[in-house]
Design a protein around this ligand. Structure first.
Ligand SMILES: *[C@@H]1O[C@H](CO)[C@@H](O)[C@H](O)[C@H]1NC(C)=O
Ligand SMILES: *[C@@H]1O[C@H](CO)[C@@H](O)[C@H](O)[C@H]1NC(C)=O
Ligand SMILES: *[C@@H]1O[C@H](CO)[C@@H](O)[C@H](O)[C@H]1NC(C)=O
Ligand SMILES: *[C@@H]1O[C@H](CO)[C@@H](O)[C@H](O)[C@H]1NC(C)=O
Length: 319
């Protein structure tokens, strides 16, 4: 039941004097692009800085087609932080920056990461039938093509068997709307769709405060019913053990039991779900009809008919 957390060494790459957080190499690249646009649009503001030189060089070295090919190469394989494929990504960016004659360094950070071990999910319907959702679709294929099992990083482990309630985007206003209908999610698994201005951690935090025992989160936007969005449910950014400073080797880090660390982790487990699987559960819920505005789903099928609780239950295990 302990969280699947492991302290590992991860690697980051940067070409400026201020190192970015370790997991954000790609974000850093994107930021550099934005900065470059900013400086090009406003050259008079700071024309002499090396950043201007760097970003101009960076921009002049790429075009739409090269950016598209970089993106293709970088996203061809999964590169979960702290794994070997992630080191390949670092080396790829490193060699590109080097080729552009940018001053480039690789730095190591020791951060607390979270990896999935196992997850199972089944839905049990009022007519006695049930479905076992395949949580590892596309995962158990050849080693080189291996993708990351759907999970929420920093979710605690847990096993839950409870009725499902649909909570729309999982915002306070959504729970208020459920309250008006007399629906109480205490002791239930909440099913939420992504969006409405809340991040994953926010959805879980509110669900926890309402007494929910687990969270299932699905994304509608993809329109690919088999796609599953991975992500983190930690509160705040960066390394949980070094909030606000860099996780360098030998540096100060908080303990796992430190209250400042504990409050960043959710207390209830959660899993991401594909739209297709979420739709199976949604279509089987009874109870109250959801508020009319909830039916304006992005998806054409708009299956948000009833919100539960139940009668469908889910049996949920995450480790
Ligand atoms: C690059 O793509 C953007 C966005 O699609 C487009 O607005 C721009 O005109 C393109 N630039 C070139 C040089 O093709
Ligand atoms: C929901 O039910 C729980 C447990 O029965 C109870 O403690 C809680 O006050 C209820 N919440 C609301 C808003 O009625
Ligand atoms: C039982 O209910 C589920 C969900 O409503 C439905 O998909 C399934 O076909 C039903 N099974 C039988 C045997 O009626
Ligand atoms: C829930 O799933 C677990 C793991 O698959 C299984 O061991 C357990 O018997 C299931 N419980 C129920 C009530 O279906």
């Amino acid at each position: 039941m302990s969280p699947p957390l492991t302290t590992i060494t991860t690697t980051s790459i940067f070409s400026q004097s201020k190192p970015p957080p370790p997991l954000y190499t790609f974000l850093f690249l994107t930021t550099l692009c934005f900065l470059a646009f900013f400086y090009i649009l406003n050259p008079s503001q700071n024309p002499k800085t090396t950043l201007f030189h760097t970003t101009t060089l960076f921009l002049s070295s790429s075009s739409n087609s090269t950016i598209s090919s970089y993106l293709h190469s970088l996203t061809l394989h999964s590169h979960l932080a702290g794994t070997n494929p992630s080191l390949d990504t670092v080396n790829y960016v490193f060699s590109f920056f080097k080729k552009l004659k940018l001053e480039t360094h690789i730095r190591e950070y020791q951060v607390l990461l979270s990896y999935p071990v196992k997850s199972t999910l089944s839905a049990h319907f009022s007519n006695g039938s049930f479905v076992n959702f395949n949580m590892n679709e596309f995962v158990d294929i050849s080693e080189s093509e291996k993708i990351v099992a759907p999970y929420h990083a920093y979710s605690p482990s847990g096993t839950v068997h409870a009725k499902v309630v649909f909570v729309n985007y999982g915002r306070e206003v959504d729970y208020n709307a459920l309250g008006v209908l007399g629906v109480n999610v205490s002791g239930c698994v909440v099913l939420a769709r992504k969006g409405g201005g809340l991040n994953r951690g926010g959805v879980v935090k509110i669900a926890e405060s309402k007494g929910a025992v687990a969270v299932l989160l699905y994304a509608e936007e993809g329109r690919v019913s088999g796609g599953v969005e991975r992500g983190t449910v930690m509160r705040g950014a960066g390394d949980p053990l070094t909030p606000g400073w860099a996780g360098v080797e030998g540096g100060e880090r908080l303990g796992l039991e430190d209250s400042e660390v504990l409050e960043r982790f959710p207390k209830i487990p959660s899993l991401p779900l594909s739209f297709g699987n979420a739709d199976v559960i949604l279509g089987s819920l009874g109870g109250q009809a959801g508020p009319p505005e909830w039916r304006h789903s992005v998806d054409r099928r708009s299956r948000v008919l009833r919100v539960g609780p139940g009668p469908t239950t889910v049996n949920f295990t995450y480790q």
